[in-house]
Design a protein around this ligand. Structure first.
Ligand code: G6P
Length: 616
């Protein structure tokens, strides 16, 4: 969380920083701020509670922040509430030194106490201000250069950081460092550098990037170029990667919101996630992340899946898939619980870590724990070059393209697609999935993108259903089997963006609690596609009907029975029950989207949320 961006070169820094911050707003939008080394040698700061647009309103057109080096920040509050004072950049050395930070300095309180006893005064509640004062103090104590002082100070801190420091006394330099929070450096024209939490603020200017590693400090100098050192001052040779990201992929392309664009991109994103991995002609699935490590997969007795949020829901779908196709016991874990509960991890375990961003702090920490215990870790990530992608033993990218709406949509279906292929491949190799079922599933998988495209044509109808429920205060989502995780995901989507309280439940469990909530005002969304538990789900629908709940049923195309019971019916194309989540999740995404729009909610940037959760 928090987005950071920096620029040094010949161009005007302000527009680059502002555009970059707008691209990074998905990471947090509690406040925004910039610091620019003005052409007159002064360090100009503008910061404001709220979004980048509020900052622009506040500083006005004649802000005077002109210069070709600067840093910018968009905040997701951790230490101290959203306010002008807590907004970054933070300053020290009488305002000469400014810093932006993403992460948490865990021992900031003890450092702050020591610094206060040495006369430092703090304006904000943030851990960031403590770090920049620590850098000042180190410099004062030892007469080191700012870069050296950054290295020494970072050796004293515990926690996570991605920082960029700008120093009025050294106007040709930007200093950046990271540990457990992401940071990408863009290498532009000679003596020109960009630095950001991800590549989206950079892609417009250069395709050449360097992913900084943990405990590395980069000094970007207009005349002397770039030098990377670790905290022990050893020089590290930079590895330049070429970005594959296209600028169109991070723009709205005519849609009103990123979320809607991303929902509609799913025929393409699902296709991209399976492309090159499955072949109908050859009747096979190949994934090098599994092929190359088959010795670890072939005898494993257990798969542990670790993830957070929507990715955790994709993990639940995978549990059903792996147990059904490959007969391997699966446990699905919230990364944040797993890592703190002294879990049993065996060196024969396969751990699948699922993460859209590849930066979720808890998932990353859980991966490290699994690796320490000898498990083989396979990553399913969307962001190329992300920390999780780099720290796992093997993996598969989802290739969904950048997901910018905070509520995850196309990343979920891409994750489920990859996990389906993985389970099919392992199931077939282990001899548990018959050739016949495997071939049928391959054909079905291949037709999913088309079916999603057909489904999306019902958008107008779903919009009307959304209008009927926009004023609800609660909602229940029920599903069984493969559709149970979809019920959880449907409820999460509604909560996240429309602020309506919603719960997802296995339909049969409803009788053990949620049924007490049902009255004429309660919408109940049933996912009742044709599968082996369909009849049971119909009984559950009857139970809700008998108690007056307002029913919406998601059914397999051609189902006439439920039209008699439900107020609204949404049809999804017929498919194998194991693939149902790839279809049934889509109308629920659209429903949440339209309800949120009708309630005038900020769909792409819902309150209190951030897309990339880099704090624990
Ligand atoms: C945040 C996002 C969710 C996401 C979750 C896990 O809460 O708002 O959309 O599912 O983090 O993120 P990851 O990037 O690890 O999938």
């Amino acid at each position: 969380m928090c987005g950071i961006v920096g620029y040094i070169g010949d161009k005007e820094a302000f527009p680059i920083l502002i555009k970059g911050l707008q691209r990074l707003e998905y990471r947090g939008y509690d406040s925004a701020g910039v610091a620019i080394l003005n052409s007159d040698g002064s360090l100009g700061i503008g910061k404001k509670k709220g979004k980048v647009a509020d900052l622009l309103d506040y500083i006005g057109k004649d802000h005077g922040l002109t210069g070709s080096a600067g840093i910018g920040h968009t905040r997701w509050a951790t230490h101290g509430p959203p306010s002008d004072i807590n907004a970054h950049p933070h300053q020290a050395r009488l305002g000469e030194l400014a810093m932006i930070h993403n992460g948490i300095i865990e021992n900031y309180q003890s450092i702050r106490k020591t610094l206060e006893s040495n006369g430092h005064k703090f304006l904000s509640d943030t851990d960031t201000e403590v770090l920049i004062h620590l850098i000042e103090e180190v410099q004062k104590r030892s007469g080191l250069t700012t870069c050296e002082a950054v290295q020494v100070a970072l050796r004293e801190v515990e926690g996570a950081y991605a920082i960029v420091v700008i120093d009025q006394k050294d106007p040709n330099t930007l200093i950046a460092a990271r540990k457990s929070s992401p940071l990408v450096i863009g290498v532009g024209e000679e003596g020109e550098y960009y630095v950001a939490s991800d590549a989206t603020p950079i892609v417009e200017y250069t395709q050449n990037v360097i992913y900084l590693d943990d405990e590395e400090v980069a000094v970007m100098n207009r005349t002397q170029g770039l030098v990377i050192r670790n905290l022990q001052n050893v020089v590290i040779a930079p590895e330049i990667h070429e970005l594959e990201l296209q600028i169109e992929a991070i723009e709205k392309g005519g849609y009103e919101h990123f979320m809607l664009k991303e929902i509609f991109e799913q025929p393409r994103s699902i296709r991209d996630s399976i492309r090159g991995r499955m072949s109908l002609q050859r009747g096979e699935i190949r994934m090098s992340g599994i092929d190359d490590h088959w010795d670890r997969w072939k005898d494993t007795e257990r798969i542990l899946i670790i993830a957070c949020g929507t990715s955790w829901h994709a993990g639940l779908v995978a549990e059903y898939l792996f147990e059904d196709f490959a007969r391997i016991p699966v446990e699905v874990e919230y990364a944040s619980e797993f890592r703190y509960r002294n879990p049993v991890i065996r060196n024969t375990d396969i751990v699948i870590a699922i993460s859209q961003s590849g930066e979720t702090a808890d998932t990353l920490a859980a991966i490290r724990l699994a690796k320490e215990n000898g498990a083989h870790v396979f990553g399913v990530c969307n962001v190329v070059g992300s920390s999780i992608a780099r720290e796992t033993d093997s993996g598969a990218y989802t290739h969904a393209g950048p997901e910018i709406g905070v509520a995850s949509t196309k990343a979920f279906t891409a994750q489920v697609s990859i996990l389906t292929l993985m389970a099919m491949m392992v199931g077939k190799r282990k001899g548990h999935l018959s050739d016949k079922r495997f071939s049928r599933l391959l054909v079905e998988m291949n037709s999913i993108p088309e079916k999603v495209a057909t489904l999306l044509k019902q958008d107008g109808k779903i919009q009307k259903i959304a209008a009927a429920f926009k004023d609800s205060t609660n909602a229940l989502y029920l599903g069984r089997g493969f559709n149970f995780p979809v019920a959880l995901e449907g409820a999460l989507k509604l909560k996240e963006i429309s602020y309506i309280h919603a719960e997802g439940y296995p339909s049969a469990e409803m009788k053990h609690g949620p049924i007490a909530l049902i009255d004429e005002a309660m919408p109940v969304f049933f996912i009742a596609t044709m599968d082996e538990v369909y009849d049971k789900v119909v009984s559950n629908i009857q139970e809700v009907k008998a108690r007056g709940g307002r029913l919406v049923a998601i059914v397999t195309a051609g189902n006439k029975d439920l039209a008699k019971l439900a107020e609204y019916v949404i049809e999804v194309p017929k498919c194998d029950q194991a693939l149902a989540p790839l279809l049934t999740s889509i109308p629920l995404q659209l429903l949440s989207y339209h309800i949120a729009v009708l309630r005038d909610c900020n769909v792409d940037q819902p309150r209190n949320l951030a897309k990339s959760v880099t704090v624990e």
